[in-house]
Design a binder for this molecule. Structure first.
Ligand code: GUN
Length: 280
């Protein structure tokens, strides 16, 4: 049976360490979160981020907007937050309503306050071999989790399913930076199983239940980024956990794997941006 990559346990360890550190700061880091629309999952995530931030000593404010709010109003708020010395980190929860340009919104965030590392400056830095002010939270969390279990990355074959800006693309680059051989698959990939069978480390981030046990190589490491409710209301990920855990050497559970690590990374990034921000 595969060893469980316990994201909750590592998250708690990281949060404890951060709490002690933050306690020693004279000012507190402060995270502003912008939420547009009434997507229930986004609301849940945002409230959870605020709750955890406050628990470890980070000030956090949520700015909520109706789904029909126009782009200009959000950009105006971001500019205000950019200029506000009391705000050290800004996060715009994604996805945004269709009429709002994600690129325009992310471009408006001061790169030094861009806690998700998704603004074009930080994304550009990542892809050109420069250090961004912050690394995207989910990929960062996955690497922290693999490192915690001493899973070797250098020289290994990493297969990522999903090419989103949030996960697949930045993760591919971060794996390349760690000297992995990386393949990125997506909905147009042909013969997916042929490729996943070669993976030493397989990461799936599609939000669809697509990875079956027989698609895996014996002893591989499996990371599931997906989380959704299936038709019976059960929370599940992209990967058939029951069968995959008989084949893999390590596997993330859903929930309790990558999700908590995204939050942990967000808190680390918030503290790092604060420390860079000469207010500390
Ligand atoms: N929506 C789902 N995951 C994320 C994330 O990591 N950051 C932001 N901003 N939005 C998300």
């Amino acid at each position: 049976m595969a060893i469980i990559l316990d994201g909750k346990k590592l998250r708690d360890k990281i949060l404890n360490e951060l709490t002690i550190k933050i306690n020693t700061y004279s000012n507190k880091p402060s995270l502003a979160v912008i939420l547009v629309g009434d997507n229930p999952a986004s609301k849940l995530y945002v409230n959870n981020k605020k709750k955890i931030a406050e628990k470890i000593g980070i000030n956090s404010q949520i700015f909520e907007y109706e789904s029909n709010t126009n782009e200009k109003e959000i950009i105006k708020k971001i500019k205000e937050l950019n200029a506000d010395k009391n705000i050290t980190a800004i996060l715009v929860q994604l996805p945004l309503p269709k009429h709002i340009s994600r690129e325009k919104i992310l471009s408006a965030i001061d790169p030094q306050k861009d806690v998700d590392g998704l603004s074009p400056i930080n994304f550009g830095k990542l892809f050109s071999g420069l250090k961004p002010y912050a690394y995207p939270c989910t990929p960062k969390g996955i690497l922290l989790l693999l490192d915690e279990y001493n899973i070797e990355i250098e020289g290994r074959k990493v297969v990522i399913i999903g090419r989103s800006n949030l996960v697949g693309k930045p993760l591919a680059q971060m794996m390349l930076d760690r000297n992995a051989t990386v393949t990125v698959c997506h909905r147009h990939t042909k013969n997916l199983t042929e490729i996943t069978k070669t993976a030493d480390i397989l990461i799936s981030a599609t939000g669809e239940y697509i990875v079956k046990g027989e698609m895996l190589k014996h002893g591989c490491v499996v990371v599931d980024v997906g989380i959704f409710k299936d038709s019976t209301g059960k929370t599940r990920g992209d990967i058939d956990f029951e069968n995959a855990s008989k084949i893999a050497s390590y596997i993330t559970p859903v929930p309790g794997g990558v999700g908590p690590m995204t939050i942990a990374s967000l808190m680390i990034n918030t503290v790092e941006l604060y420390l860079n921000n000469k207010n500390a």
